[in-house]
Every structure is written in C-alpha cells, then in structure tokens.
Ligand binder design. Structure first.
Ligand code: BGC
Length: 701
C-alpha cells in the first residue's frame, strides 16, 4: 500500500491549496479563527456522561467552521490500538513491537489502528509515541520503542506511514525530552544543544521526514520553558530548521500555560481553549499576541486537514473493522515476533506432543495483563492469558497445571511433580504506567474532586521480592524452569538470572498474547525478538533518574552508549535475543569506498530450523578528537533463512551517519578521521567484526 503523505513535510507547498486556505483565513473573523485553535466539549462530556473516564470517544481536536463547512478534527489515542469505549484490537505494547525490529509489521499495525480509528470517526491519531527510553524506571517506557534514536525513528516512521495510508493524521508525541512520569507536569529537563540534536531529537526528525503531519508538545519543561512554550523547540527547530508544515497541539490538561504559547509555535490547545479561546482574543486586542500567528496556526491546521481529507481513501471504514479477525491475527503475529529469548539451556522449545506435565506458576499467567491504564489503554473484546494459550495449544498427552504461587509449599509440590515449570513474573499497570494525577491535574476544573491518581514511574528496577523468592524456590525444585518476564522495559536480573534454564521477555503481549506465547514455547514459531534496550547488570550503570525531580540534566549518554563509555558490560546487551537456530556471520566487506561507503556481510543459518536474524550495523568513533560515543547503531535489517541458507546483507553509510552536532556552529559536522563499521547480532557481538574506513575528501565539502 502506498504511503500517501510521505512528502507532507518535504515537498514544496501546493500553491492552489495555499491560495484556497489564504482565502478562507482572510474571510474568517478573529473569533472564528481562535475557535479553531482548541478542542471543544471535552470537559462537558468528561464530567457529564463519561463519568470521569478518559478515552470514551474521539476528542474534538481543533479546526471546525460551520460557515465554510469545515468539520472539527477528532483525536483518537493509541499506541496499542485505537482507544475508545467500544471494543477495538489490542496490540502488544509499543516496546514489544520495538523488540520485533520489524518495520513491515509495524506499518501493518499502523494501518490496522488507522482503519479502526477511521471507523470510530477519528481524523488524527496519538499512536506515535517516540520518546527515547533514557531510564527503565520511566512509567511510560512501554509506550515507546526503545533506547536508540535510529531504531526509534525507523519504527515510528513505519507506524506513521501505516496510519497515514488511511488518511489519519499521525501526531508524534511527546515533543520533547519527555521520559519521567511522576514529575511530568513540572520537571525542567536541562539538555545541551548537542545532546538534544544527537540523542533526543533525531527520531522525531526521522518520523516527520516520513510525512508525520502533527506534533504533540510534551508536558515537561526544556531548558526553563514548558515545551508548549519553547521557542527554540517549536519555532526554531521544528518549524524552522526542519521545515515542518503541519500543526502542533498541546498535551491534555496542563499542557499549556498561557497565550504566549501561540507565539512560541503551539497551534492548538488541547483539550479545550483554557488559555486560548476568549483569552487569546483579549491578548490580540492588547497587542500581546500578533494576529499573524493566529493566521499561521489556522493555515497549518487547514493545510493539513484538507490534504488528508481530500486524498482518496484506499477503502471504506465501518463497524465491521473494529477488532476484526484480520487485526486480531495481526496482533498475534506481532506478539509472536516480539518475545525475546534471553537464555535457553536446552529447555525450549517444548514438544506439545510429549507425554509431560507442565506446571504454570504465578498469578500473572492467569491474568489479563495488557499494560498500563492511562491514555494508551484499549478495550479488546477478549484477551488470551498465557495460561489459556498454553492450555489450548498443549497436545493430548501434555497436562497443564496451574498454581498462583501464593502458598510456597503448595507451589513447590506442584513444581516438583512437573516435568517443566513455566513461572510468569513481572509487573502490571499498578507498578508502571502513565501517571494520571487526578484532582491535582484538574485543579480548578473538577468541582467534585473525584478523580484519584494512578500509575507512575517504577519504584524498583528488580522484580518484586515475592517474584524473586518464587524463582529461587522453583529453581531449587526443578531444573527445567522457564521464567517469563512481563514488563515494559528492563528488569535487573542479576540476583537470579543464573538459576533458571531459560528466560524470556513476554512484555504486555496484547489480546492474543497467550496464543502467541504458546506457539513460541511449543516451537511452532521460532523466537526472533531482540532487546530494544540494554539490560544492565547494576542500577548504578544507568544515568541518574529522579521520579520527583524539579530539574534534571540529560546528557549524551544512556543505555548502551553509557555502558560502553564507562566500560560496563550489560547483563544482556542492546539488540540481543536468542533463536532456536544458530546464525554465523562472515567477515565484513567494504564494497564502495567513496563518500557513500557500503558494507556487506554474509549471514548463514547453521541450525536445523528456519529462523529470522536481525543484523545490526554500528559505526565506531574511536578516532574522534572530541567526546563521542564508542559506537552508534546506524542500520538494521531482518533476514529469514532456511537451515543452511546464506544471505548477503548490505548497509550503506552516509556522511550524516558519522556527523556530530557542533553547538557553536549550530550545524552538523563530519570529522576528517577514520571510522569503524561493526556488524553483528547485538551491540556487543558487533565488535567482533570490524572494518576501518575513511570518507574521501569530497564528502567533507
Ligand atoms: C497523554 C497523551 C495522550 C493525552 C490524551 C495525556 O495525558 O500524555 O499521551 O495522548 O493524554 O489522552
């Protein structure tokens, strides 16, 4: 399917469309224009018939003028499905999808979410959450794809392309440096220009260059200003340097703090015009806000809305699309690709036709655990637990028994009698999720103060002590133990990871998670998930994090770049994951040596079953004369190989892949030094295959 709007931010403006918009803007009164710069009716519904439940419908989200027959835009949340009170498909959380490293399937997820959102009457989707995972304690880690800007950008662009194929405007959120929950309404993130451009923004740029037509500003501050009020962020970088042609809207309630946001570049205040609306009219009257900014905001909204509304739809949309079979099957396929096998000492796969007893232990195995209950939560018509999935996939001679683990004696007995034990541990929405502050956020808006707070950042990076005790007991009891970890980001496993025979990240695996899990456990599907973040051996190897911070500094290093810079090995490195087969890599060949060098490598499946490998290219900066990461991911490709099959994977490198951001010159620079290309199965493995190269002189000019 074509990506209908891929040129939205890069092609020249359409003169006829611009003229048409200009004519409308000139005809609108100030009041009419200002009315288009916010949502309407959110609070009336929220405090009325919605009974303080978020996400009951698609929210009116700016635009709308009856005289000109222009409808309001309607916003539908994501990212794990189209959010609505009606039943829709629940996909694995974004972090699970990040672990697929699969652009194609993510594009299909985008299409499915868009199809359902269109069927629900929405025109704009909040599914593209691409904040960088700086620290695993972040409550909303599960809503993004991982720690690396290149990987994040590729996956976010794939989702955007899928969404926009169905003429849904994708909104990239939360712009920018948004990665602490508890203090998200107040924290001031101090970040240098260099760290901003190299670490925290490249994925936003990548997604916008794939056509993403809207941006949601973050709640937090950046270098002293709320993001919705940040001139450097919105005016200078987004609308200036990057040439973004769409519109920026705020996050919901407490996302905007005054009329001056318009001057800074915030086009739409959501969910209602608290500072915009009549206040904005007053501000224009007093000369505090230039009407030209209002005209610009309306122009951006109409340009975007008309472009999307007038592009032919590839199909029609109806109720039949909601949680339809095709989308449910896609949810299962994504989950199957997302599980990351971290350890496997000859335990998996199990044969479903063996005569065996499998003890499934832990209450999470028997619970619907789809992820957090903030704005990303969706209502699927049903969900298959891991226990249900295993039970229905087991052959006639396999007996599945379950124990919730609450009584250690009973649990031990159950595990002793079993041939294999599968323990499911981890978190729920109560341990990590979006922080919904309730009354605090609705101060002055909610007369009855009836909204309790929930969610937030994780308290701990290890498993709950009850889970760790359970693993210790079970591993003493039965050697054939698999530990499945449900979580949205890294869990520190040092105290127990040598004990079980196998460990697998299951994430929050979506409505078909149980069936997908069973297909991997029983070997029908070969695991292919790879970690989209590093799992450190020690919390001290992570950057500083404070969930209650008023101010925090974000630097150049986190995740694998920090581990490598400080010489710490990961417990499980970025990009890591096992398969039921084995892959070997040849040496790297450089096939072109000019300004666009290309590197090739042969990858062979040396095992006895088909499998999929994610081949990763890193560029090393060891010869740099300035402070730079040891190496950075610059490309990845998936290859599916039959037993014995070899395929060549090629990567080309552009000067931008080598560049650093020179804050003094305010531009990207390529140092005239040598670089290294590393290709392999994960960030540590790639070091074993290295080739040095230089660009020719022409590349520097
Ligand atoms: C979240 C956004 C979400 C919005 C609307 C906010 O609290 O931060 O991600 O899109 O609510 O539900």
């Amino acid at each position: 399917m074509a990506n209908a709007h891929k040129d939205f931010n890069t092609a020249p403006l359409d003169p006829a469309l611009e003229q048409e918009v200009r004519t409308i803007v000139n005809d609108l009164s100030l009041t009419e224009k200002i009315k288009m710069l916010s949502g309407h009716g959110f609070f009336e519904n929220f405090f009325g018939e919605e009974n303080r439940q978020f996400g009951q419908r698609a929210y009116p989200a700016g635009s709308g003028n009856e005289r000109h027959g222009i409808p309001s835009l309607h916003f539908c949340d994501g990212p794990r499905g189209a959010r609505h009170k009606r039943n829709t498909t629940c996909f694995p959380v974004t972090m699970a999808r990040g672990a697929t490293w699969d652009r194609n399937i993510e594009r299909r997820v985008g299409e499915a979410i868009a199809i359902e959102a269109r069927a629900l009457g929405a025109s704009i989707s909040g599914a593209v959450c691409i904040n960088l995972l700086r620290h695993p304690a972040w409550g909303r880690a599960q809503e993004t794809y991982g720690e690396d800007p290149v990987h994040l950008g590729e996956m976010g662009a794939a989702l955007t392309e899928g969404l926009q194929t169905h003429n849904i405007i994708a909104t990239a959120k939360h712009f920018a440096v948004n990665s602490i929950e508890n203090s998200r309404f107040k924290v001031d993130v101090r970040v240098s220009d260099r760290a901003l451009h190299e670490v925290y923004l490249p994925h936003f740029k990548r997604v916008l260059m794939s056509g993403c037509a809207s941006v949601m500003s973050a709640y937090n501050k950046i270098n002293g200003d709320y993001c919705a009020h940040s001139v450097p962020l919105l005016r200078k970088i987004l609308k200036g340097q990057w040439g973004f042609k769409g519109f920026v809207h705020s996050d919901w309630v407490k996302g905007c703090y005054g009329e001056d946001a318009l001057t800074a570049g915030l086009d739409v205040e959501m969910p209602e015009g608290i500072f915009y609306g009549s206040n904005l009219e007053g501000a224009v009257g007093r000369g505090e806000v230039d009407e030209a900014h209002i005209d610009e905001a309306v122009t951006r909204i109409l340009r975007t809305q008309f472009t999307f509304a007038r592009t032919d739809d590839p199909r029609t949309y109806s109720d039949e699309d909601l949680a339809c079979n095709a989308h449910i099957q896609l949810s299962r396929a994504v989950a199957e690709k997302s599980f990351v096998l971290l350890k496997n000492d000859d335990l998996l796969p199990l044969n479903p036709n063996d005569t065996q007893t499998i003890a499934v232990i832990g209450k999470l195995a028997d619970e619907v655990n789809l992820g957090d209950r903030g704005s990303s939560s969706v209502n699927p018509p049903y969900a298959v637990t891991l226990l249900n999935g295993l039970t229905s996939a087991a052959g006639p001679n396999t007996t599945i028994v379950f124990d919730d683990g609450s009584d250690p004696k009973r649990m031990t007995k159950c595990a002793e009698a079993a041939d294999v034990v599968i323990a499911i541990v981890g978190y729920t929405w109560e341990n990590e999720g979006e922080f919904i502050p309730g009354n605090e956020a609705l101060e002055g808006l909610d007369p009855d103060k009836q909204l309790p707070s929930r969610g937030g950042d994780r308290d701990s990076l290890t498993l709950l002590s009850s889970d760790e005790a359970m693993i210790a007991k079970l591993s003493d009891t039965n050697d054939r133990l698999l530990v499945g970890v449900m979580s949205g980001s890294a869990v520190i496993m040092e105290s127990w990871r040598d004990k079980p025979a196998a460990i697998m990240m299951t994430w929050y695996p979506g409505m078909e998670g149980g069936n997908a899990f069973a297909s991997v456990i029983f070997g029908e599907i070969n695991p292919e998930g790879r970690l989209p973040f590093s799992i450190p051996a020690d919390a001290d190897h992570l950057p500083f994090f404070d969930a209650e911070a008023d101010e925090i500094k974000y630097g150049l290093y986190h995740g694998y770049t920090l581990l490598e810079k400080s010489g710490h090995r990961a417990a499980f490195p970025f990009g890591y994951g096992l398969s039921y087969t084995d892959f070997t890599y040849s040496d790297i060949r450089q096939t072109k040596g000019d300004s666009l060098p290309t590197f090739e490598i042969d990858v062979t499946n040396t095992g006895d079953r088909p499998g999929t490998e994610t081949v990763q290219l890193y560029i090393g900066f060891g010869e740099s004369l300035i402070d730079r990461p040891v190496k950075l991911l610059r490309g990845f490709e998936k290859v599916t190989l039959r037993p014995g099959e070899t395929r060549t994977v090629a990567f080309s490198v552009s000067p931008q892949d080598l560049a650093y951001y020179d804050a003094t010159a305010q531009s990207w620079q390529v140092e005239p030094v040598g670089y290294t290309a590393h290709i392999g199965a994960n960030s540590e493995d790639a070091v074993t295959r290295t080739v040095r190269f230089e660009l020719n002189q022409a590349a520097y000019s």
